[in-house]
Design a protein around this ligand. Structure first.
Ligand code: HEC
Ligand code: HEC
Length: 324
């Protein structure tokens, strides 16, 4: 294994993993923070921590309990329980392509990936363990001490635990869907139905791409998509304390969306069919609802075409349960 003997300062070019080696040529590489370059040693450590139940108070819950690799690192439950069966309010999002996020969590409440993991680790409804206790626990394991030293040149500490996890998460990349193959010129990659669905998705009539745009099928803005009249989860307003942000959530990427049911911040819509019903018939008209949402009606063929398009956004590795 490369990098296992290298200390952080001594990290060499040979041990580095470059973003452009993880993403296809036609996709802009993600940025890696200058103070946490990606190396194989960090990614191996992060992967181990991600799958480690001992990082929760009662050693029952790992990151992978809620972010399942054969489900695009999301889950089939609306709300996945943490320790002692406790539950929060939100549906676990896919972590694929999280390296590209400009802000973290559905309300953008966490500034960067390198500190994100402290949230679930300390959240009493998720892993419920204090970082001090977690450091003690990991330091008591000689294997972890060795791996931290190899990755960062220091023993386990609270600064490097989330940075190792972020390093692993950055490698979870997915741009290998039939939609990508089609975009790159393989016109046989999409069915006629998916091609029609793509045209609908990008049409002015439906206007989906005014929010779900670009390589990730999101512009990463915060929007109210008319889910409720009364939001029990205030979304972006929890961070900005501005009533104009009530019910706004970050527009999610639609990559691998066929693998990540249920949908919306609370997992309240069970299928892509229900999502299409929502946009056609159930917009709440909340005062903050985006004016970019259109009123439209799809016939049965068009619904099938939209479904075929959304399914074409599933990456082939994600479909096999990303072998990482
Ligand atoms: C009990 C379930 C649960 C556990 C355990 C859990 N997560 Fe999450 N994760 C979630 C939920 C729910 C969200 C959405 C939170 C929000 O938007 O406020 C989330 C959000 C995230 C995000 C941000 C994604 C985005 O789109 O903004 C990352 C990254 C992440 N988790 C990584 C991890 C890591 C790393 C661990 C382990 C240290 C972990 N999660 C443990 C449920 C969980
Ligand atoms: C005004 C911006 C906007 C427009 C236009 C828009 N969406 Fe969305 N979309 C969102 C937001 C915001 C969410 C997440 C809401 C939440 O978390 O509660 C979302 C969620 C979704 C989801 C669920 C994804 C998930 O992981 O939960 C799908 C699928 C989806 N939209 C498809 C569409 C389609 C198809 C169209 C066009 C008919 C469309 N969207 C138009 C903003 C928009």
């Amino acid at each position: 294994m490369l990098g296992s003997n290298a200390c952080y300062e001594g990290t060499t070019q040979a041990e580095m993993i470059f973003p452009y080696s993880l993403v296809p040529e036609d996709i802009t590489p993600f940025e890696v923070p200058a103070d946490n370059p990606l190396t194989l040693a960090k990614v191996d450590l992060g992967r181990r921590l991600f799958n480690e139940p001992s990082i929760s108070l009662d050693s029952t819950i790992s990151c992978a309990s809620c972010h399942k690799k054969d489900l695009a690192f999301a889950d089939t439950l609306s709300i996945t329980p943490g320790i002692h069966g406790l539950t929060g309010d939100r549906n676990p999002p896919s972590l694929l392509n999280a390296a590209y996020l400009q802000s973290i969590n559905k309300d953008g409440g966490v500034a960067k990936l390198d500190i994100q993991a402290l949230v679930p680790i300390e959240d009493e409804n998720e892993m419920g363990i204090s970082i001090v206790k977690l450091i003690d626990r990991l330091q008591a394991d000689p294997d972890y001490s060795r791996q931290f030293t190899a990755a960062y040149g220091t023993d386990v500490n609270g600064y490097n635990i989330p940075r190792a996890l972020a390093s692993y998460v950055r490698t979870l990349i997915s741009f290998d869907s039939p939609y990508d193959a089609y975009t790159n010129g393989d016109i046989s990659a999409l069915s006629q139905s998916a091609i029609k669905g793509k045209a609908l998705f990008f049409s002015d009539r439906l206007n989906c791409a005014s929010c779900h745009s670009g390589n990730l099928l999101t512009n990463q803005s915060f929007q109210n998509n008319g889910l409720y009249n009364n939001y029990s989860d205030l979304g972006r307003a929890l961070i900005t304390l501005d009533s104009a942000d009530v019910g706004k959530f970050r527009v999610p990427s639609l990559r691998n969306v066929a693998l990540t049911a249920p949908y919306m911040h609370d997992g309240s819509l069970n299928s892509l069919q229900e999502v299409l019903d929502h946009y056609q018939h159930n917009l709440s008209g909340h005062t903050n609802q985006s004016p970019q949402l259109r009123s439209f009606e799809l016939d049965d063929d068009e619904v099938q075409d939209m479904m075929a398009f959304l399914e074409s956004l599933t990456g082939s590795q994600a479909k096999r349960g990303l072998n990482q």
